[in-house]
Design a protein around this ligand. Sequence first.
Ligand SMILES: *Cc1c(COP(=O)(O)O)cnc(C)c1O
Length: 375
Amino acid sequence: MLLFTPGPTPVPESVRLAMATPTLHHRTPEFEAIFKETRELLFKLFATDEVIMLASTGTGAMEAAVTNLCHDTLLSVNSGKFGERFGKIALAHGLKNVEIKHEWDTPATVEEVVEAVKANPSIDAIAIQISESAGGLRHPVEEIAQAVKAINSEIMIIADGITAIGVERIKVENIDCVLAGSQKALMLPPGLALLGLSNAAIEKIGEGKGYYLNLASEIKKQKQNTTAYTAATTLIIGLRAILQEIEANGGIGKLYCDTARRAKATRFALEALGLHSYPQTPARSMTTIDDENAKEIRDLLKTEFGVNVAGGQDHLKGKIFRINHMGLIEPYEMVAVVNAVELALAKLGRRDFDGTASRVFHEEYFKSVLKKEEK
Ligand SMILES: *Cc1c(COP(=O)(O)O)cnc(C)c1O
């Protein structure tokens, strides 16, 4: 069975093997050396002033970011389940919340965020997904961050990059906190969350808020290559292994480039079958298709063709399916997926099978190769 859900993503063999080594005690020079090496690799990936590893899922990092960086009013963008979660976290902690809400295919605009910031002077932090996984859309986070900082540089920009870090290069100049999670683009089992922080964020965190998710305690310890509480040793060993594996596969730049090609070629292939891409601004992390037969297609992919893709949640349940692009994925695996979708459509009597999906995928993915051969 091919696992093509946008999280969890398949864990490469080298990483599984690295995590099979005997457990280390976390307060030892041996583990601290691994922690240090992992931290250095993370600084390269995040390009932020500080990086923190937390033993939690991605939502723990979302909560830590909101409670430590918002002291009054959070402006959150809700174009899906994960954006909605930021608002719920703020309210759960007695913070005020201003929400910009859209249908799940619609990204936020710079103008509406600027308007909200100007209308609500108590807003001291903004939380937004870079890639909103609920509908597979990309928000213009870098542009929003730049515009907000131009109005008030003290407003903290929290960017949920859980399906964006490791997918594409994020310009972090105007972002104060960017989040990642182990089971998405980092190809690890769930349970580890990461935060990249700006110096301005560290200043605002000060003594920190809360107890377990107090970022001040973690910053202090992690600068010394240890953690405030027991480190997620096995997952951190896995994280070092996957970051090394990415390096060994041509580096992060190549991964970004391959992911972009894969996402575009997949979307073109499926559109060539007459399918419709759901989000107005598709993220590179996944291809999301809305279709009246979404449930049937997804079921056939799994039962007949050995491909596991994700469905939709809430009001999009049974209305969309989502195909993952995150991680080290070979083009031939991706071809198997688009081909399976074409087979499913044939089985449903929607169109005759003629190999269109595979052809279009190859033509787009290997465009540069084909061009060279023409000369
Ligand atoms: C998966 C995901 C999360 C976090 O979910 P957890 O289940 O807590 O790991 C947050 N934001 C986005 C965009 C996600 O895709």
